[in-house]
Every structure is written in C-alpha cells, then in structure tokens.
Design a protein around this ligand. Sequence first.
Ligand code: CAA
Length: 262
Amino acid sequence: MASFTDLQLEQLEPGIWCCTIDRPKALNALNGTVLSSLLEAFAWLQQQDDVRAVLLTGAGEKAFVAGADIAAMQTMTPLQAREFSQLGMQVMATIEQFPVPVIALVNGYCLGGGCELALSCDFILASDTASFGQPEVALGIPPGFGGTQRLARIVGKNHALSMILTGERINAAEALRIQLCNQVTEPSQLLELGLSYGRKIAANSPTAVALAKELIHKGQNLDLQYGCQMETELFALSFSGADQTEGMTAFLKRRSATFSLS
Ligand code: CAA
C-alpha cells in the first residue's frame, strides 16, 4: 500500500496493483494535485519489482472521474489553462507509455477528463451503471486532455464527433456497442473482472506484453508498412531475452511457463 495526496495504491495480488483516485466528495475530479499524484504513483510503480498489471479506478460508488476540476479551472488564465492541459497530457502519455498494462475500471460517471483518462488506459471495463461523456462544450471549452484525439482514434470520427459536439452522456451498453469499453458487468463484479484480466496478463511474459503494448500504441500513429517494420525489430529483439527461451521450451516440454521480471 502506498498513499499519495487524494490517491491510493494497493497491491491486490502478486503482480496486480490497484490505483484509486480518492476524492469521492468531488466525484474524483482531476485537479493539479490529483494529476501530480498520478504521475508520482506511476513513477513509484515503475520502481517496484512485481508489477504486471495496474487497475485504475475511482473511489466511491458514483464516479470513476467526473472530469477535470471545474472549480479549479474557473478562473484560470489561458497560460494557466495551457499548463493544466500539458500536465493532463503528461499523465495520459505516462499511462499510455507505461510498460505494464493499465486497465480502467469505470464504476460510474466517466466524464470529460475522466473519459480522457480512461481512454489513455489499455482497455476499459465498465459497470452497467457507468456513463461516459465529453461534456466540455457545455462549459465553453473543448476537451483538453486528449479527448478529441484518442476518442476519435478509438471509436472513430463519427462517434467522437457525436459525443463531443452534443456533450451528451452515453450509458455502458452504448459505450460497449461503439467499442469505447471492452466489457460491461454488474458493479459488484467489476473488481473481480479486472482481476481476472490482470491474472491472465500476469501469467504471460512481461517483456512480450510490454513490447506488444508499445507496438500497438505506437502503431496507431504510423503507416502500416512502418508499423510492420517496427514489429519485425521488436519481434527479433524478444529473441535475445530469457522469456522467449522459457516460453517456447515450456510449450515443447508440455509444462507451464514461468516468467520472472528482469
Ligand atoms: N469538477 C469539480 N467538482 C465536481 C465535478 C467536476 N468536474 N463534478 C462533480 N463535482 C462536484 C460537485 O460540484 C459537487 O460538489 P459539492 O457537493 O461541493 O457541491 C459534487 O462533486 C457532487 O456533484 P453533483 O452534486 O453535481 O452530483 P450529481 O449527482 O447531481 O451530478 C454529475 C453528477 C452529472 C457528474 C455532475 O456533477 C456533473 O455534471 N459534473 C461535471 C461533469 C463535467 O462537466 N465534466 C467535464 C469537466 S471539464 C474537463 O474535463 C476538461 C478537460 O477535458 C480537461
């Protein structure tokens, strides 16, 4: 267990950690302090020996994250807003580039900066009470933590335009239909669902998982030919590590592979 301001980190099982944004009275809204805590928490996790999957969620039963903190933003100057957006962007990039999968457990409102935070995770599991939205335009601003870019890449331009320009919320079933989230379950089952994904990931080669994550995320911004060249290079690189020997030997000897973190 490690505590940061308005954020908790807890090891749930070997290799599986849960990061909980803990400002339930403000529906876990992201202010500068929470964003800095997220950066500190992921830097701290990177120093630990046994991190194979991270679950990211919000405290309380009502919200994952209801957005960037409107009270904190209300009086910002353009310069302060730029710095705030840059800090948010840094958090999203840190999660996206973290060498271990990060899974969003969306347990309620997932709005604005909260939706952008979930979109920076590797995939999204949602409770059937969750709702998603990018309501920024009703506040007189466009999204500022990457929503116009990641949402369009994940659900496509048409759904992104519809969500962002209307600002309307969609429920978990609709989020699943447009592939904004990967799976929906009852609220009481959400953590267990996250753990089941975490356990499957944790049983695999951490090196191969990290390489595959990097290839998929970087490939989103590359043309197919260059992305495939990068895959060839990282595929070849994986043959220089112990995990490839262990994984293939275990298969051929009909035993389970045991991968240790290098
Ligand atoms: N920022 C700051 N405080 C917030 C907040 C936010 N984004 N969302 C909720 N809160 C606070 C409320 O002010 C309230 O505080 P008080 O009890 O001190 O009054 C508390 O959380 C509970 O909220 P509500 O009373 O409003 O709860 P509700 O059940 O009636 O409504 C809600 C829930 C629909 C989520 C509503 O709170 C809401 O619409 N929140 C704002 C959602 C939003 O617009 N998010 C986008 C923010 S902008 C952004 O994110 C920019 C960006 O991309 C970087």
